[in-house]
Design a protein around this ligand. Structure first.
Ligand code: NAD
Length: 294
């Protein structure tokens, strides 16, 4: 039971639906471990109630709020400032009530996207220096876009993006164009149906990421990769899915001899720890969090 007092400070989580979320468990464990008198609470907020909800961050002098669907692409309208990567990918998952030189919140709200930062931090924590790498990324939704933009800004050299021709394909083309215009990374977009191109690019890549819903319920029996011959042993293979802990794609990679295969747990943990640092300025003990969250 947290020791809530008159001094306890509040971090929000604004989304709808949101009652299934794991976020307050992660945040409150970290605040407790760090000795911070802070709690996170989840609030059911949709686009209709987002503006007054964001205004309440200022009025209640909250430290900020996590933002999830359907608000990630809308919340920027109500903020004072937006971080470069969040601006490029057009989605915000963390709103910070910035502080003055005395550490007091100012009411000036800045938006960040810690999903992309979290993915790349998880890679770094595995001892991998991704600068100059060539990446194959499957997916052009929210997670994929955040990974692509942050990777491009942080010196991924080439980005080869594949997606099925659904409603997300056009968004992928826009992001690739934006990355080519705004960063030094060279980005390319392909139809995921072109398996020959996918295989060629995977053979030439250093790092592979599947950032689609394939591999999790209701698509848990599926993989975007036709067979194990697409993987070479030294490829770094990542999936953004964390439930199940091992997707069909990850199994294919391991059975093909790939040693470095990672699920989405690292991305999930680090997107939270980066947001926590933005709110409180503190780093959290990663080993402790991994052990407690399983
Ligand atoms: P989204 O709805 O924004 O994007 C979905 C993506 O999946 C699109 O690229 C879409 O084209 C693709 N897709 C959907 N059905 C497909 C199919 N049958 N075959 C091939 N591609 C298909 O979703 P999102 O928020 O970007 O989430 C994508 C994945 O990333 C999910 O598995 C989600 O659980 C995961 N995710 C993980 C974290 C984390 O912290 N680890 C964070 C966010 C999302």
């Amino acid at each position: 039971m947290p020791n809530i007092t008159g001094h306890t400070e509040l971090v929000g989580l604004m989304a709808y639906p949101i009652r299934h979320t794991q976020s307050p468990v992660t945040h409150n464990l970290a605040y407790d471990k760090n000795g911070d008198d802070v709690i996170q609470l989840a609030f059911e907020v949709d686009n209709d109630t987002l503006e007054p909800a964001v205004e309440s961050i200022r009025a209640l002098k909250m430290l900020g709020s996590n933002i999830s669907m359907p608000n990630k692409t809308v919340v920027h309208k109500y903020l004072d400032d937006v971080d470069e990567a969040a601006g490029l990918c057009g989605a915000i998952n963390t709103v910070v009530n910035t502080r003055d030189e005395n550490g007091n919140v100012t009411g000036k709200l800045k938006g960040y996207n810690t999903d992309g930062m979290g993915y790349w931090q998880a890679i770094k924590e595995e001892g991998i220096d991704f600068k100059g790498m060539r990446m194959v990324l499957v997916g052009t939704g929210g997670a994929a876009t955040a990974i692509a933009v942050r990777g491009a800004l942080d010196a991924i050299k080439e980005l080869h993006v594949f997606n099925i021709r659904d409603k997300f394909y056009e968004r992928g083309e826009e992001i690739v164009e934006l990355i080519n215009k705004e960063t030094k990374c060279k980005a390319y977009m392909y139809d995921l149906a072109d398996k020959g191109k996918l295989k060629t690019e995977m053979q030439a890549a250093d790092i592979f990421c599947d950032a689609t819903g394939v591999g999790m319920h209701p698509l848990e029996e599926l993989s975007n990769i036709p067979d194990g011959s697409f993987f070479k042993e030294d490829l770094i293979v990542t999936d953004t899915v964390y439930a199940p802990r091992e997707t069909v794609m990850m199994k294919q990679a391991k059975e093909s001899g790939v040693k470095r295969v990672y699920n989405g747990m690292g991305m999930m943990l680090f997107q939270a720890l980066i947001a926590i640092k933005l709110y409180t300025g503190k780093d959290t003990d990663v080993a402790y969090m991994k052990e407690r969250l399983g």
